[in-house]
Each structure stands twice: as C-alpha cells, then as structure tokens.
Ligand binder design. Structure first.
Ligand code: S3P
Length: 431
C-alpha cells in the first residue's frame, strides 16, 4: 500500500451509539458570517477539519480575529468595512465552499486579492460564480475567462441583480448573497432546483430580512448579519457513512445522535427507504433553526432502485458515491441519472466510484450523467480514493461486508471533512 493507504478487513457486526463532528456546510457559513458581522460570535461544535480550516485561514488573511479552542471558535468580526487587503495569495485548499463564498466576499471589497486552491480545486469550475459577480460589478480574472483558480478580484460597492442560476448550487447562492452585503438595490436569486438552505436559515436568525420561496430568494442589498451564537448540529454527510455501514452489515445496531436533517441534505434517506432499508428518525427537534434528530439503523436487505428526480439528486448529491456502494449490496440493478455535477466535485465521482466498484468485482457502468450498478456480491480488492474524502469513506463502508479485504489508496483525504472517521469506524466495527 502507499504510505497513506489503508486496508480494511470485513467484519461481522457494526454496533454502537456515536456522534459525528459539526456540519461542514454550516461551519463554513458560521465562520464567514461571523467575520462579516460587527462584534463577537461564539460557535460551538464547529467542524475542525482541513476544509473549514481553509475558511479560517482565508478570513484571518483578511484581518478577522478567530480564536479556536477544540471545536469552539470565538470570532471578533469587524464588519464588512473592516477587512484589509491580504498581503499574499489566499489558499482555499481543497474546499469548493470556501472558494465560492470567498469570491463573493472578496467582491465586496475595493482592494486587490488573489484566491487559489489545491490541484483538485484549481480544476473545478468557478464561472458559475464569476459570471454573476461580474454582472454585479466585480472585476475578476483568471484562466479561461475567470473559470479556474487562481482568480484575481477587485470588487467594491456592487449592484444587486436578478439572477437565474443555470446550475443548482448552494455555494453559488451563498456567495451571491454575501456579495449583496455591499451593494445597492435588490438581489433576486432563482435556482433551477432548491438546494440546501443553511445560509437562509442562519441569516434569518441573524436578523437579515430575506424572502424565500422554494427556489427564489429576494433581499434588499447591504444588509449585514448580527454576530452568531450557536452550536452546530452533527454533519448528515458524515453520519451517512455509519448509516450505510449499519445497513449493509451482516448484523448491526447503530444510533447516530444529534444529526442535522435539513431536507436539502437528506435525499439519501428517501433513496434508502426506496431500497427497503430500515432507518428510524427519532427525537426530531430544532437547534439554531436547523432540524436535528437521532438516526437509528439496523441491517437491511436492499433492492435496486432508479434515482433520477432532480430534487432527490440535489439533496443526496454528496451521498451518491456511498449510494453506489450500497447498491452493490442490493438485489438487482440501481440506476442514478441527472447527476452530472458529480463530475466536478473534489474528484470526478462518477469515474472514481465506477472504477472502484469494478476493482472490487462489481459490475458498474458510467452513464455519462450518472451510473448503473448491478448488485450482488462484493469481492474486495484495491481502489483509489482519487484524493477525495467522500470516495475514501464510501469504499471503507464497502469493506464491512465484502468477501475479502479492501485496500484504499490515499486514505488521508478523510481529514478534509472527517478527521475522526477512523476512530469512530474502528469503534463501531469493534476492532
Ligand atoms: C455545499 C454545496 C454543495 C455540496 C458541497 C457543499 C455547500 O455543492 O456538494 O459539498 O456547503 O454549500 P454545490 O454548491 O457545488 O452544489
């Protein structure tokens, strides 16, 4: 194995009560909105991982004061007029969320800045962000007409626009809302399909007057959020791996507590129900404006399914590689379509998952805008994570019930969203 590779043996049982780290999407937003607010914010149960530390690093370069103690962050925001020109290139690392929202934030500033990212992020499309920001009056430049990082920005006081997003993206929606915070007029954003609404919930709680319907957001420009005091719910996208492991295990009883169940995130639960899985949502409640619950799963016999409804795809987008793995354990064929966005995530996730499943002895096919998986037995073997955290963890889940061991190259990528993954995974596997 490569130095950061790892080999997992199949296990007979997955069991335990676990809690997962704070939600990644909400953590980025809490950090960024706290830095924009004037005053002191306190955020508990923040995700401390490579991606969220990319947001912290960029915000500090703009002069924000962020103190971290464990998973608690105290942020002294000096308001949207309090940022300073960074004296070096800012690095968003592997984080698409940091990059897209930061482009919106930098566009509110009259100074010069350059944003870059790692090898993966520098191949991911930014035009979806830079086109509307340019229409608002920001000056952005970069390779292929500001489609790829590094991108230079000189913004200032912008103007609100009426924008119809060509691609559903909560990152773009959030970046544009941030850009509106130093602009004249009104901002209207319409999405082709409604995406996760963490931003809208957080800003409404922070006193911003925002009108929302299923796919449209309208707000007066130049509204600033108030400082934030919140505890972030557990990340559904991290909980998903233990839900999946519990379902395909030979024997299991898994309870994941305090998980965010924002409907913009939980498409996987609908898919699992459609496949016959035994999943119970318990103790549903609200925390800091977000729906939260405990999720209980037991071993289930799955059958194949076709997933093509765009709302389901969007709300399961980060879990689709895991769904491909679970489909390998189902009776019959699973087809996922309308998921071309998977090609421009941290890796080409259609390619990564199809190739990986083939290496594990599963018949899987690339459908262009999705994939097809023939369920049955999973032999095991060696796969590449392509340096993508969610691919690495999806294949770790696959190892639970495979015939033989599963080796995953470049497993260190899990630190992007879930540094504690191995500890919790070992605990529920009893190893
Ligand atoms: C995210 C939005 C989604 C998702 C990503 C996090 C967010 O990306 O895949 O993991 O925090 O807004 P898109 O905005 O590209 O759909």
């Amino acid at each position: 194995m490569s130095s950061s590779g790892i080999t997992f043996q199949p296990v007979d049982r997955i069991e335990g009560q676990i809690a997962v780290p704070g939600d990644k999407s909400i953590s980025h937003r809490a950090l960024i909105f706290s830095a924009i607010a004037s005053g002191v914010s306190r955020i508990e149960h923040l995700l401390v991982a490579d991606d969220t530390m990319s947001s912290v690093r960029c915000l500090r370069m703009l002069g924000a004061v962020i103190e971290m103690e464990g998973s608690t962050a105290v942020i002294k925001g000096s308001g949207i007029d309090g940022f300073k020109e960074p004296d070096d290139v800012m690095d968003a690392g592997n984080s698409g969320t940091t990059a897209r929202i930061m482009l919106g934030l930098l566009s509110t500033q009259g100074f010069f800045s350059v944003l870059t990212g790692d090898e993966s992020l520098r191949t991911r499309p930014m035009k979806r962000m830079t086109i509307p920001l340019a229409a608002m009056g920001s000056a952005l430049d970069g390779r292929e007409h500001a489609n790829y990082l590094p991108i230079s920005v000189r913004g200032g006081r912008l103007k609100g626009i009426d924008y119809k997003m060509p691609v559903p993206s909560a990152q773009v929606k959030t970046g544009l809302i941030v850009a509106s915070m130093n602009a004249r007029g009104t901002m209207t954003i319409t999405e082709p399909v409604g995406t996760r609404d963490h931003t809208e919930r957080m800003l409404k709680a922070g006193g911003v007057d925002l009108k929302t319907s299923e796919r449209t957001i309208r707000l007066a420009c130049s509204q600033k959020p108030l400082p934030i005091n919140m505890s972030i719910p557990g990340d559904f996208s991290s909980a998903a791996f233990f839900i999946g492991a519990g379902i395909i295990a030979r024997h299991s009883d898994v309870l994941v507590t305090n998980v965010g169940i924002n409907p913009g995130r939980t498409g996987m639960l609908d898919v699992l129900k459609g496949m016959g899985a035994s999943v119970d949502i318990m103790n549903a409640r609200y925390e800091a404006g977000e729906p939260v619950a405990d999720i209980h799963v037991t071993a289930s016999k799955l059958h194949g399914i076709t997933v093509e409804d765009k709302r389901t795809i969007v709300s399961a987008i980060d879990e689709l590689p895991l769904i491909a793995v679970l489909a390998a354990y189902a009776q019959g064929r699973t087809v996922v379509r309308n998921a071309e966005e998977l090609r421009v995530k941290e890796s080409d996730r259609i390619k990564a998952v199809v190739e990986g499943l083939n290496h594990l002895g599963v018949r899987a096919r690339d459908l262009g805008d999705g994939f097809q998986v023939e369920g049955g037995r999973v032999m095991g073997g060696r796969v590449s994570s392509y340096g993508d955290h969610r691919i690495a963890m999806a294949f770790a889940v696959s190892s639970v019930s495979s015939e033989k061991e599963t080796s995953i190259d470049d497993f260190g990528a899990v630190s992007i969203s879930f540094p504690e993954f191995m500890n919790i995974f070992d605990r529920v596997r009893g190893v």
